[in-house]
Design a binder for this molecule. Sequence first.
Ligand code: ADP
Ligand code: MG
Length: 353
Amino acid sequence: MSKPIRILSDHLVNQIAAGEVVERPASVVKELIENSLDAGCSRLEIDVEQGGIKRLRVRDDGGGIPREQLALALARHATSKLAELADLEVVGTLGFRGEALPSIASVSRLTLTSRQHADAQDVQDASDAAWEVAVALDGHVDGPRPAAHPVGTSVEVRDLFFNIPARRKFLRTEKTEFEHVEQVVRRLALARPDVAVELRHNGRVIHQLAAADGQPEAVWARLDRLLGAGFAEQSLELDASAVALHLHGWVRRPAFARSQPDQQFLYVNGRLIRDRLISHAIRQAFSDVLHHTRHPSYVLFLELPLHLVDVNVHPAKHEVRFRESRQVHDFIQNAIQRRLAQGVLGQVGQNNQ
Ligand code: ADP
Ligand code: MG
């Protein structure tokens, strides 16, 4: 006899959804940093213990969450970033699915602490203006209770997958997990030089990046810090536009190509994505100047009107769909090809012609 059909509990639904967005500590860090950036932060502190398996915390100085919405932030399909279907056509934030926090909370011990900007809150007594909620084992939310916290938000995640041993077994060593965390931080820090970033592992400062003040030198310094000294000097800066498309960023001169494809960063409207079509366009652009065993290095930002790109392709949001994919492909290929052709004539170190 077949078993009866039943509706799953919210907690179980969250745990199932977590399978798609929470693979390892690094995916938690990615979601938390994206939330902080969406909250308009200018500073990010990422504190990780034992590769993030034991504990990780992301703290920002963004807008914060009002007390009465703290529990809601942990509810499934609860988001401040979308209200109706039409909004999905023009997503300008990194998040929009309202899934990350409840998913993470269902597979870890999560605490959310936040304090709103003074002018955003109607609390008279500033001393109790920070509040905290925690998720109990059964998925219920404890709090809010008063907490100490500067303006902004912290999310602390302990004991990832403590309740899903099968998942926990797939985690690698502390060192490997931390490398993944660092890679996530690197990707986001490259995209947002205007945000100060500090990354700590087991109490040690791994990266301390000041916010770039708008000077190109400050941006180059961040590139060098994250991609190795010399990146900026060995690269050609690129800035190209065609109709609605805009591409800017850096491609490393072919002479400095790498044996690994480990420095390929492509952002679409600020979101790091993997895209076969664009990878193809870039490879084509380099094909005349690069031996086929070498890999180009680049940090490129493609900007285009929000309605020309669909970001709702996968829960982890690593992929997008372009409305005019051929046009995007050819634009990128041409822009890079042209820049490389100019660059060959120029001198190494002439970065910004
Ligand atoms: P999404 O980012 O898709 O909206 P999340 O589950 O990641 O979904 O977050 C739920 C909501 O909680 C967000 O829409 C936002 O309103 C709020 N939130 C989460 N993190 C922060 C943060 N660091 N600062 C301010 N608000 C936050
Ligand atoms: Mg989010």
